[in-house]
Design a protein around this ligand. Structure first.
Ligand code: GLU
Length: 323
């Protein structure tokens, strides 16, 4: 396995990163870890930090959720140099990107429902939550006008392997044609999908260093295809962190209890305690101890982050609440 690499030691250093919360669910301990690691590595390597609120492609954003997200990031000690940019403020750049892809016969409208797609897929795929879009359902590829925003649009996925190097996971080789097929880049809710929005924004905001959960490792390959199709440079440095898991080994979720930052804060837990727990999840320091964001940032290196999953259970909850 290739050793993890720390962006602070890479030349030339990264220019810009983004902290990109989705205000569709309240910030929980898992997101807090990603954002804090992202911020700390950016500050140490001198990269500009951009705050981008990703409020597209999700359930409706609850009133006040954006303000609460920003307030909690500040409470943790995270700061930024630009933003907040709010994706829903202006859909023009995403529309332009889609128009370009449609005109180049690289995107097409698709009204098929999930059950129609599943029925057309050759065999049910065990353990795969999303049925890959079968190539047989792709219409003839023609230059088109992006003239209907209220239907799904799919991207024409080429039969190629995408290779990239992840700072944490090492070399990757992923074939999106086999894993997802032609994926949705515009949704019938008249909004770009996450995949398109993230590529357009990372490119126009000059982001060359990305930190996020490794549930998105696969998405990085889809995004690489979009960068190539749009003629945009791919981000240079990618770091996908293992997710925080519950005691049952499953991704931290509501069933593991209320791990929202806001809940801990309202119970009187100090930000330094939350950061201390996050530090222990990153192999920083020995025993659990309180720490400021700046102390965490000074001590963190990518090589100490555990290779395996980190877990949150009753012991960690008890430590947070024992102030
Ligand atoms: N908005 C996404 C999230 O909160 C992050 C997506 C990304 O970093 O590319 O999970």
């Amino acid at each position: 396995m290739t050793p993890p690499r720390d962006p602070s030691f890479i030349r030339p250093p990264p220019r810009a990163t983004r902290i990109a919360p989705s205000p569709t669910g309240a910030l929980h301990l898992g997101n807090a870890r990603t954002f804090l690691v992202n911020w700390a590595l950016a500050r140490r390597s001198g990269a500009k930090v951009i705050l981008r609120i990703e409020d597209l492609d999700g359930p409706r954003v609850k009133p006040g959720a954006i303000e609460q997200t920003i307030d909690l990031l500040t409470w943790l000690g995270i700061d930024w140099d630009e933003g907040p940019f709010i994706q829903s403020d202006d859909l023009t750049p995403y529309r332009q990107a889609l128009s370009g892809l449609a005109a180049a016969a690289m995107a097409y409208p698709c009204e098929l429902t999930r059950s129609q797609i599943e029925a057309a897929a050759s065999a049910p795929q065990e353990g795969v939550h999303e049925t890959p879009f079968p190539a047989s359902l792709r219409p003839p590829l023609l230059p088109r006008a992006f003239d209907d925003e209220s239907t799904n649009w799919r991207f024409v996925v080429p039969q190629i392997d995408i290779e990239f190097d992840d700072l944490f996971h090492g070399p990757q080789r992923i074939a999106p044609a086999a894993s997802v097929g032609d994926f949705i880049i515009w949704t019938k809710r008249a909004q770009p999908s996450y995949q398109l929005a993230v590529v357009v924004d990372d490119a126009r905001q000059g982001v060359d260093f990305i930190v996020r959960g490794d549930d998105l490792l696969d998405s990085a390959a889809r995004q690489a295809l979009l960068y190539d199709a749009l003629g945009l440079p791919r981000p240079r440095l990618l770091l996908h962190l293992p997710l925080v898991l519950g005691p049952d080994g499953k991704r931290l979720a509501k069933r593991h209890g209320d791990t929202r930052l806001d809940t801990y804060r309202s119970r009187g837990v100090r930000a330094e305690r939350v950061i201390g727990l996050i530090a222990s999840w990153c192999g920083v320091g020995g025993d659990l101890k309180e720490m400021s964001a700046a102390e965490f940032g000074g001590a963190l290196t990518v090589s100490t982050i555990p290779r395996g999953p980190v877990t949150f259970g009753p012991r960690e909850d008890a430590w947070l609440c024992s102030t």
